[in-house]
Design a protein around this ligand. Structure first.
Ligand SMILES: *Cc1c(COP(=O)(O)O)cnc(C)c1O
Length: 386
């Protein structure tokens, strides 16, 4: 299916006879029935009927249909946040006594779920491995391993896992695989094609794209999505509001043009940083010489706009002054919006949080400003790092 058709047309015929150009927001909690028999039939299969917005809602369903089509999945669910999608998908696939293998240093709250506050409480064990070599994953498999959790490229260091190899490996052992595909969006990587079972996203980043919604998505086979729907989705209830789903539908219309701009601009900013003399190392999946580059290029069509650098200077004071002086690059958490952002790693003071990162690192998220403006802002302030 043509990508621009999915983003702009697919499934939009929800106007109930009228033909609004943009889909209506079904701002309702419940749906009424005209006969007891209709009501009874709906209750018999909540999955396929409009009963209550914690289950289905036409505006949210439209987003489900588009996200499933974008990932090449049979079905999808939309959640109140990326973490609601991630935690629901993970918890649906594990039980007490199970073992989970995860790529090391996934998104911080995913790490927390596995290693601090949820898994230990329910007697689920997690082994964090360097996923850049699939053999590390294979070696960690135990008889009770029920899930392999991936994030490729992962947060901050953008390590890449070979999805095809891991997909085959997991199938051989009967283990479910989940990947956080937020970095690439379904435009630049479609992991189900590589044999991964479930794809999760934070929609708060590129999918929404305007820094005005927190939301999450999970895509996969009808069977797995049904399982999540009847359990964690409806029980934990981390659903999105119809209005936020509508904002995401609007964000998706420009996803292609935003991603093209962002990907190209990131390439230009990185080329500048490579030659400016203050950078020791760049973490970016498509960087020439990056050990994961070939794998990245085999399974991703492009890299997006998120990357990190390690500076030559070790002076936290200099890094602080540099970051404080920038105009276009604002300091904030999150990424993937219209606004370009940085986070210096020296911001993190909570013990254990990102303890794998050196203090002289900065993560960049390229937004919709021009490359000239973004590079000019860096150039003007680079002397602070010399
Ligand atoms: C932000 C983020 C999440 C969490 O998403 P929320 O929508 O903030 O809950 C998950 N994974 C990655 C890679 C992220 O950057």
């Amino acid at each position: 299916m043509d990508l621009s058709f999915i983003l702009n047309n697919l499934g939009e015929d929800i106007g109930n006879g009228s033909s609004p150009v943009t889909p209506p927001i079904y701002q309702t909690s419940n749906f009424y029935f005209k006969t007891v028999e209709d009501f009874r039939q709906a209750i018999l299969s909540e999955r396929d009927h409009l009963i209550y917005t914690r289950g289905n809602n036409p505006t949210i369903d439209l987003l489900r249909i588009k996200m499933a089509a974008l990932e090449g999945a049979e079905d999808a669910l939309v959640f109140a946040s990326g973490m609601a999608a991630i935690s629901s998908a993970i918890l649906a696939m594990v039980k007490t006594g199970d073992h989970v293998i995860s790529v090391q240093h996934p998104y911080s709250w995913t790490d927390t779920l596995m290693n601090s506050n949820i898994f230990p409480k329910f007697g689920i064990e997690a082994t964090m491995v360097d996923g850049t070599d699939a053999r590390n994953i294979e070696q960690a498999i135990k008889p009770n391993t029920s899930l392999i959790y991936l994030e490729s490229p992962n947060s901050w260091t953008f390590d890449v896992q070979n999805l095809g190899e891991i997909g085959v490996l997991a199938k051989k052992h009967g283990i479910i695989t989940i990947i956080d595909n937020s970095y690439s969006t379904p435009l630049y990587q479609q992991p189900l094609k590589n044999g991964i079972d479930l794809v999760v996203h934070t929609a708060s980043k590129y999918l929404g794209g305007h820094s005005d919604v927190v939301a999450g998505i999970c895509c996969g086979s009808r069977e797995l999505i049904d399982k999540i729907f009847h359990n964690e989705f409806c029980t934990l209830g981390g659903i999105i509001s119809p209005f936020n789903a509508w904002l995401l539908l609007r964000g998706l219309r420009t996803l292609q043009v935003r991603m093209e701009h962002i990907s190209r601009t990131a390439g230009e900013v990185i080329a500048f940083l490579q030659d400016c003399g203050i950078v020791e190392k760049i973490f970016y999946p498509f960087l020439e010489g990056n050990p994961g580059m070939q794998t990245a290029k085999n399974q991703m069509t492009k890299a997006s706009g998120l990357f990190s650098i390690v500076l030559k200077t070790r002076s936290t004071a200099a890094i602080e002054e540099f970051c404080n002086s920038l105009t276009y690059w604002r300091m904030a958490v999150s990424w993937g919006g219209f606004e370009s952002l940085i986070i210096p790693s020296c911001t993190f003071v909570r013990p254990g949080l990102y303890s794998n990162l050196p203090d002289n690192m900065i993560r960049f998220s390229v937004g919709l400003e021009t490359a000239d403006a973004l590079i000019g802002d860096l150039e003007k302030n680079l002397h602070l790092l010399r």
